[in-house]
Design a protein around this ligand. Structure first.
Ligand code: MRU
Length: 372
C-alpha cells in the first residue's frame, strides 16, 4: 500500500544484505519511522514490544529472526535456542509458530554452513507468499462487498465495521480484513469504514485510521462500545475482522472485543466475516475457547495511554487512580456459530470443519483426528 504516493511493505531485507528493516508501529500515527533488527534479540524485542505486530507480520519477522540467529551461530543448539526465544515472544498468533517450524524444519536438514543463507531465502519467500495470499483474500472478500453495494443507492457507501488493525500494517502488504476494502476502493465501490479504536493499545485509532487515511479510504473512528448501537441503527452493512488463530472447526481468536462485536452482529442480522491466510489456521485444535492460549500483557497498557500533547510532544498519561489493579487480556475467542463466513486465499467458506475441509482437502486427515 502507499504512504505519500510511495509503495511500502512493512518488512524487508535492508540494503546491507543481512539486517531486517521494518516500519516501527509504536511510533505511528504521529511519526512514520523505519527501524532495523540486526540480531536475534533485536528481532525478538521488536515482536514482544509490538514494534511489529499482526499475525502475518510477526510470522515474517520470526522467520527473519531465525535467519539473524543462524548468521551468528548455525549449530543445532543455537537453532533450538532461537526457536524457543522467538516462540516465547507472543503466545496467541499461530503464524509465528508456523513460520518458525517452517524455517527450522527446512534448515535442520542442511549442514550448518548453508543454514543462514537458506533461512534468509525462505524468509523472503514467506514475505512474498504473504503478499500474494493477502491479495487473494482481497479478491475473494471483494465479492462480498460488491454484493452489499448492490443493495445501496448510487450515493450510498457500504459501511464496514472493523476491529483492531488487520490492514497492511498487520501483514507484509494488503492486510487480511482490509484487503477486500482496498480492492473495493480500487474498483470504485463507495466504502466507509467504522474503525473501532481498540483499547488498550489503540491499534484501530492509531494504525487502521492511519493506513486508511494514507490510502484515501473514507473512515470514522468510534469507541469500542459504539458498534452495537450503530448496528441497531442499521448503519453497519457488514463486519470484517482478522484473526490471530483459527481452530480447525472455525472458532476465531482475535483482538479482545471481537467477540462482543460478533454478538451484536448476530443479534442485528449483520454479516460477520473473518479474513485469514491459511497460515492462521491451527489444524491441531478444534475448540478455540478451550485450547487457544490468551496472551496477557502488562496491566500498564490499561492504566495508561500515549498521545500527542498540543506542543507536539508524545506523552504517556495515566488514566486510572494510582495503584488501581488492572488486567490486560489481549485476545478473545469468537465461536464459529457467530461467524457468517471465513475469507481465505482459496475462497469463502462456512466457519466449520466442513467448510475449511472443502477448501483445504489436503487437511482432511488432520481434521478427522479431531472429531467434534
Ligand atoms: O496484538 P496485535 O495488534 O498483534 O493483534 C492483532 C490482531 O488482533 C489482528 O486483528 C490480527 O492479527 C489479525 S490480522 C492480520
Amino acid at each position: 500500500m502507499k504512504v505519500n504516493g510511495r509503495r511500502w511493505r512493512t518488512i524487508w531485507l535492508a540494503d546491507d544484505g543481512f539486517s531486517v528493516a521494518f516500519i516501527d508501529q509504536t511510533r505511528l500515527p504521529h511519526a512514520f519511522v523505519t527501524a532495523r533488527a540486526r540480531s536475534l534479540s533485536e528481532a525478538a524485542d521488536a515482536i514482544r514490544e509490538m514494534r511489529v505486530r499482526g499475525a502475518p507480520l510477526i510470522g515474517a519477522m520470526a522467520a527473519y529472526g531465525l535467519s539473524l540467529a543462524l548468521r551468528e551461530d548455525a549449530s543445532d543448539s543455537a537453532l533450538d535456542c532461537a526457536v524457543a526465544t522467538l516462540a516465547a515472544t507472543r503466545p496467541t498468533a499461530v503464524n509465528l509458530r508456523w513460520a518458525l517450524d517452517d524455517v527450522a524444519g527446512l534448515v535442520r536438514q542442511l549442514p550448518p554452513a548453508r543454514r543462514a543463507e537458506a533461512a534468509y531465502r525462505r524468509a523472503g519467500e514467506i514475505c512474498d507468499d504473504d503478499v500474494a495470499t493477502c491479495e487473494a483474500i482481497g479478491e475473494h472478500g471483494l465479492a462480498l462487498i460488491r454484493d452489499a453495494a448492490h443493495h445501496k443507492g448510487p450515493d450510498e457507501s457500504v459501511n464496514v465495521l472493523t476491529h483492531c488493525n488487520a490492514g497492511w500494517l498487520a501483514a507484509v502488504d494488503w492486510g487480511t480484513a482490509l484487503a477486500p476494502v482496498y480492492k473495493a476502493f480500487e474498483a470504485g465501490i463507495r466504502v466507509h469504514i467504522w474503525v473501532d479504536e481498540t483499547r488498550p493499545r489503540n491499534q484501530g485509532s492509531a494504525l487502521t485510521a492511519w493506513e486508511l487515511g494514507r490510502h484515501g479510504v473514507p473512515h470514522t473512528v468510534i469507541v469500542d462500545n459504539a458498534g452495537g448501537h450503530l448496528m441497531q441503527q442499521s448503519r453497519v452493512d457488514l463486519c470484517m475482522t482478522g484473526t490471530d488463530r483459527t481452530s480447525a472447526a472455525g472458532d476465531v481468536c482475535n483482538k479482545i472485543g471481537t467477540y462482543l462485536k460478533a454478538l451484536a452482529a448476530f443479534d442485528n442480522d449483520v454479516p460477520f466475516y473473518v479474513a485469514l491466510p491459511s497460515t492462521t489456521i491451527d489444524w491441531t485444535i478444534r475448540d478455540g475457547l478451550a485450547e487457544i492460549p490468551i496472551e496477557e500483557r502488562d496491566p500498564a497498557e490499561v492504566t495508561a495511554t500515549v498521545g500527542r500533547a498540543p506542543g507536539g510532544e508524545i506523552l504517556p498519561v495515566t488514566i486510572t487512580p494510582d495503584g488501581t489493579p488492572a488486567a490486560n487480556y489481549a485476545f478473545d475467542v469468537t465461536p464459529a456459530r457467530l461467524i457468517s463466513a471465513l475469507i481465505t486465499e482459496r475462497g469463502v467458506c462456512a466457519a466449520s470443519a466442513e467448510g475449511l475441509g472443502a477448501l483445504f482437502p489436503e487437511r482432511r486427515a488432520a481434521l478427522s483426528q479431531h472429531p467434534s
